[in-house]
Ligand binder design. Structure first.
Ligand code: HEM
Length: 382
């Protein structure tokens, strides 16, 4: 638990590195910032879209442009694609509201699901005071958090390993094994092999050319077995299992063409490899929400059950004890054990803008799980 000693230490150490961010007469809630330096930005849920049906994507206002040298891109194929088409800022530095609007417009992702993803990412890897998140790595446009409450550095962006980016991805390596940020041809080739073996037939793209549930079940299982056998640091606790199987469900439910709900190899490659929408691609015909994704993820997992756990250095997989805590194991792991405890100090002691934003996002994240907010208790600066 957070103690006064930790508070003093935190501010003392941040004073050494930057007297501007944590001045001598520091507010213990970390919420007093010289306004000329950091204005802050109030996070407000944007209005729900009225237009939520089938739609050809991209429209004329959102042409593909390859990212420039300072544009951020990262481990999420969907956010990269949205940025390449300007559905979220092409810089790859986006606000919570921009991500909700962009994922809604481009993929018809429902508010509860996008709110959870963007809210959790902002708290874990962004700046919730400035309302800025990098969809790639650390960036000078995203300043360190007020009072350096998550350590002295800038937020890592969603590409930073841990908290959100994790092991057993489909097209990125585990961080301990290689490149966990960029698309990996070797992994995508394995994905293609599974489609070639278990996929459905299409009169247009050929036999064994469509992604289906069986493909995802077998490919995800193979990805787990592969990483489990090679990664001495494999971490696959409840939160990461949840995210990882949800991402498999995203492929089935969001990458498929909304016209006939099929996902062909060329469409899959377009988004994953080229980070652009396939020609004549339509977003899904109704918003895809948390319930849809949880049900689909559970279908994917059901073929080969994997227990939450982690590898010992000798590559033995150690399963976690059964979860007996409040609400839901994945929520508890992600939002309580992973987010820094200093957010709890902040919301308990301050009513300022930073605290308000953190409260808003914690509420959105908990709401997606039907949980009431449990204050974060995780380590700082990880
Ligand atoms: C709403 C904001 C979103 C955030 C903050 C976000 C964040 C992330 C992050 C951090 C990862 C890397 C996880 C890992 O280590 O595997 C990831 C992967 C992924 N995301 Fe997103 N995402 C968002 C929206 C979406 C949407 C709208 C879709 C689908 C339309 C999507 C599909 C995927 C897929 C398929 C992967 C897995 C890539 C792989 O395993 O190779 N994401 N996302």
């Amino acid at each position: 638990m957070y103690t006064v000693i930790q508070n003093v230490f935190l501010c003392a150490s941040s004073f050494i590195s930057s007297s501007v961010i944590c001045p001598l007469n520091v507010d213990p809630t970390f919420d007093i910032i010289p306004s000329s330096l950091f204005a802050g930005h109030k996070i407000v849920l944007p209005p729900l879209p009225v237009d939520t049906g089938l739609k050809k994507i991209p429209d004329a206002a959102h042409p593909f442009k390859a990212p420039g040298p300072t544009d951020q891109r990262g481990p999420c194929p969907a956010l990269n694609t949205l940025a390449n088409h300007g559905y979220i800022p092409r810089t790859g530095i986006a606000s919570f509201e921009q991500i909700l609007n962009g994922t809604g417009e481009g993929f018809n992702m429902a508010r509860d699901l996008a709110g959870f993803l963007a809210g959790f990412a902002m708290l874990a890897r962004g700046n919730a005071f400035e309302d800025l998140l990098s969809i790639g790595g650390e960036d000078h446009r995203v300043p360190p958090l007020p009072g350096q409450i998550d350590g002295p550095g800038r937020p890592g962006g969603i590409a930073k390993h841990g908290r959100f980016e994790g092991d057993v991805s489909m097209t990125r390596q585990d961080a301990a094994l290689g490149d966990d940020r960029h698309f990996q041809d070797s992994l995508f080739d394995q994905f293609l092999a599974y489609i070639g073996h278990f996929g459905d037939n299409s009169p247009v793209t050929g036999n064994y050319s469509l992604v289906n549930l069986k493909v995802m079940q077998e490919f995800k299982w193979e990805r787990f077995l592969d990483d489990q056998s090679r990664d001495p640091k494999l971490s696959f606790h409840a939160g990461r299992i949840g995210s990882s199987y949800n991402e498999a469900a995203f492929i089935l439910k969001f990458f498929a063409n909304g016209t006939d709900e099929t996902l062909s190899i060329p469409s899959l490659g377009s988004i994953f490899r080229n980070q652009t929408f396939a020609p004549n691609w339509w977003r899904r015909a109704s918003p895809g929400d948390v319930a849809l994704i949880l049900a689909t993820a559970s279908d994917v997992l059901s073929a080969h059950l994997v227990q939450p756990g982690q590898n010992a250095p000798n590559l033995t997989y150690i399963t976690d004890p059964p979860y007996v805590g409040p609400c839901n194991a994945a929520y508890f792991d992600l939002a309580v054990l992973n987010l820094p405890y200093t957010y709890t100090t902040l919301i308990n002691h301050s009513t300022g803008l930073f605290a308000e934003n953190v409260k808003t996002l914690l509420g959105v994240v908990a709401g997606a799980f039907n949980c009431t907010v449990i204050p974060p208790a995780g380590p700082v600066g990880t």
